[in-house]
Ligand binder design. Structure first.
Ligand code: ADP
Ligand code: GLC
Length: 479
């Protein structure tokens, strides 16, 4: 089976969040299932620079939304890629989504329609790479940036199957309906059953209405998406397509995130007791003194979604018990400023920025990782925490609900707890949970048991790769 994965970011080449990790990990995970996956990416500077020698042109477009484009087939970082070399769309410095003013690039609709259009062409026509034909049986589209794939494919008369995965329904790719013709889409589909969304054009809705199958990245988020509190205006669409919707949990890259071999940390460890060296090194690096309470970390985008404003409010509950906070994050200017301010307190250390190596040192050295998200389709950092014996304290939502076993009295009694969950997602319940965390930390045997449980929980791709393979087979040849 051949699958083309259509993504706007892909680790390790270009990453702003978990979507990149997932797009980067899927091909290897699916290889074990006998699936040959290639990934199509925009030719951003980092992608063009990483492309190994020997890439070949497999298609050309004279007019791709205002310029000429070449489709290249090649390899980079162990990935089999198609790369759209279209400098007028992708060759710019800075964020892949935002201009220097912090707003979306004004031509984002064209930039990602181009990604969708080229993917659909590969699906409809196939390509020849070094004399060998390659045509996918299925197009696996990720988020709104790939939302128009099924529409373009239908226009071209292409027959391959389509799956759309929702990583985050907050991003929908909305634009004015005057763009319909400019994007080469049929106005006949500008209605409620097509890609119209309250008078605007919605790339995500286009895909949600037309892909053969829909998935999201956890079973709980799949159920939440059908409710108005989480559907962000698309819950009705999700309900209408509930038979085609499933939730498949993300895994993590177990070779990059392995406490026994991690080259980024003070001393690799197999057993949670071995994290002492990494914890001491982390305290020293972050300028935190020794303390009797748990050292908690956060590695996160700083946005409304992540609920970190609630953590600012609840923080005294941790600090007054001798707990500490070390945070790495960037995003919303107001939150960045508020955390810089919080770092004046004893026991709080903050680094604003994006730093892959520091993220490993934090997760390896901390006792606990905090993820108080208002919604979280899957979440990866709590999974890293489990693997490193770093106890996750999470909001009871989305993938956080599916991956952590709360330290309820019953779970503690049976010795199966791996972390803590709180609900509803607001500051007071979070403060209570931070207090519970400190209580558990003060019981070394209980804490050690939780760490051991956490470290033995499977967080890799094996079972989810099987689930995707089964889904692909079913989408290609429905039972
Ligand atoms: P989301 O995709 O919503 O941001 P995830 O938990 O799925 O949330 O994925 C976030 C990914 O980005 C993780 O791999 C996390 O380690 C990484 N990350 C987030 N912020 C930073 C940062 N400031 N520095 C380094 N890595 C970060
Ligand atoms: C999104 C979600 C996150 C998820 C990631 C990868 O960015 O916010 O919860 O883990 O996609 O699927």
């Amino acid at each position: 089976m051949r699958v083309l994965s259509v993504a706007s970011e892909c680790a390790p080449l270009v990453k702003t969040g978990g979507l990149a990790d997932v797009a980067g990990a899927l091909p290897a995970a699916l290889r074990a299932e006998g699936i040959e996956m290639r990934t199509i990416l925009p030719g951003y500077p980092a992608v063009m620079a990483a492309l190994e020698a020997g890439a070949v042109q497999v298609m050309a477009e004279d007019r791709l939304f205002g310029g000429t484009a070449r489709l290249l087939a090649g390899h980079a970082a162990g990935l089999d890629l198609f790369v759209i070399d279209a400098p007028h769309l992708y060759m710019r410095e800075g964020s892949i989504y935002l201009g220097a003013d912090g707003n979306d690039w004004s031509d984002n609709p064209q930039r990602f329609a181009a990604l969708s259009l080229m993917a659909a062409r590969i699906g409809a026509e196939g390509v020849t790479i070094d004399g060998q034909g390659w045509q996918p049986d299925l197009l696996h589209c990720h988020d709104w940036q790939a939302g128009f794939v099924p529409d373009y494919l239908a226009q071209m008369g292409g027959r391959c199957a389509t799956v759309l995965t929702i990583h985050n329904i907050a991003f929908q790719g909305l634009t004015g309906h005057h763009m319909i013709e400019r994007l080469g889409l049929p106005r006949s589909r500008f209605h409620a059953e097509g890609f119209e969304y309250y008078g605007q054009l919605s790339a995500l809705k286009a895909g949600l209405m037309r892909a053969d199958r829909l998935t999201t990245v956890s079973p709980t988020y799949a159920a939440e998406l059908m409710r108005p509190e989480f559907g962000m205006g698309l819950d009705g669409v999700m309900r209408a397509r509930r038979r085609d919707l499933s939730g498949i949990l993300n895994g993590i890259d177990e070779s990059a995130w392995n406490p026994a071999t991690d080259p980024n940390i003070a001393e690799p460890y197999r057993h949670p007791s071995g994290k002492t060296a990494s914890r001491d090194a982390l305290r020293a690096e972050m300028g935190l003194p020794q303390s009797s309470g748990p050292l908690c970390c956060v590695v996160s985008r700083l946005t409304e979604q992540k609920g970190l404003d609630l953590l600012l409010e609840a923080l005294p509950a941790l600090l007054e018990r001798g707990g500490q906070l070390a945070l790495l994050g960037s995003g919303d200017r107001g939150l960045e400023e508020a955390f810089r301010e919080a770092a004046r307190e004893d026991g709080v250390a903050v680094r604003i920025g994006y730093d892959e190596a520091l993220s490993h040192r934090l997760i390896a050295g901390a006792d606990a990782i905090l993820v108080p998200s208002r919604f979280e389709p899957c979440g990866l950092t709590q999974l890293y925490g489990l693997r490193y014996g770093t106890i996750p304290l999470v909001a009871l939502t989305g993938g956080l609900a599916d991956t952590v076993i709360n330290a309820s009295p019953a779970a503690l009694d049976r010795g199966v707890a791996t972390g803590l969950q709180f609900h509803p997602v607001s500051a007071d319940p979070l403060a209570v949970a931070l207090g519970r965390l400190c209580d558990l930390y003060a019981e070394p045997d209980t804490w050690a048991r939780m760490q051991a449980n956490a470290m033995s929980q499977p967080v890799g791709w094996a079972s989810s790769a099987r689930a995707y393979a089964a889904l692909y087979r079913d989408a290609i040849a429905p039972a």
